[in-house]
Design a protein around this ligand. Structure first.
Ligand SMILES: C=C(O[C@@H]1C=C(C(=O)O)C=C[C@H]1O)C(=O)O
Length: 173
C-alpha cells in the first residue's frame, strides 16, 4: 500500500513537470494568437492516455480521467499567464517559443505518468489516502496559477484509477 502512495507521489511530480511547460505553451499561443483550448490536441492526448492505460492493464477510462484533469489544469495555468500578459503586457524581448517543439516533450510524460499509475491501483485500500495526497499535492504541485481545486481534481482522478479486471479485496494489501 505504501507503494501505491509512492506511485501517486510520482504522478504528482510528473504532473508538476507537465504543468511547468504551460507558460511556454501559452507564450507560443500568445505570439500566434491561437486560443488556449485545442480540442483536437486534447482528443489525441486522451487517446494516447487510454492506449497507455490499456497496455498496462489499467481501466482506460480511469487513466483518461487523470488526463482530463491534467488538461483542465493546463488550461487554468495558461489562462493565468494570458491574464497576466493582458494586464501587464508580454515581457519585452522574450522570444516566442515553438508549440510544435514543446508538445512532444509534454507527450513524452504520458507513458511515464501511466507507469506510475500502475502502482496506484490499490490506493483505495490505503488509509486516509485522499487527505494524505492532498497534503502532498500542495507541496509538489506548485506551478504558478495552480489552485487548490486543480490539485483536488488531480488527486481525485488518481484515486479513481483501477485495474481493468476485477480486483482482490483490500485484505492483505
Ligand atoms: C497544452 C496545451 O493546451 C491545452 C491543454 C492540453 C493538454 O494539457 O494536453 C491540450 C490542448 C489544449 O486544450 C496544448 O495546446 O498543447
Amino acid at each position: 500500500a505504501d507503494a501505491d502512495l509512492d506511485g501517486a507521489r510520482t504522478v504528482l511530480q510528473l504532473s508538476q513537470q507537465r504543468l511547468s511547460f504551460m507558460r511556454t505553451v501559452m507564450a507560443a499561443k500568445w505570439a500566434s494568437r491561437a486560443p488556449i483550448e485545442d480540442l483536437a490536441q486534447e482528443a489525441s492526448v486522451l487517446d494516447a492516455a487510454r492506449a497507455a492505460g490499456t497496455e498496462r492493464g489499467l481501466g482506460p477510462e480511469t487513466v483518461a480521467g487523470v488526463f482530463a484533469q491534467e488538461i483542465s489544469a493546463a488550461k487554468v495555468v495558461q489562462l493565468g499567464w494570458g491574464s497576466q500578459w493582458l494586464l501587464h503586457g508580454y515581457p519585452a524581448d522574450e522570444p516566442a517559443p515553438d508549440l510544435t517543439a514543446v508538445r512532444p516533450q509534454i507527450a513524452a510524460l504520458t507513458p511515464q505518468i501511466a507507469d506510475a499509475l500502475v502502482r496506484t491501483d490499490r490506493l483505495n485500500c490505503v488509509r486516509r489516502a485522499r487527505a494524505r495526497l492532498l497534503r502532498e499535492a500542495k507541496i509538489i504541485v506548485t506551478t504558478q496559477y495552480v489552485t487548490a481545486r486543480v490539485r483536488r481534481g488531480l488527486v481525485d482522478a488518481i484515486l479513481r484509477v483501477r485495474g481493468a479486471s476485477r480486483r482482490a479485496p483490500c485484505a492483505g494489501v
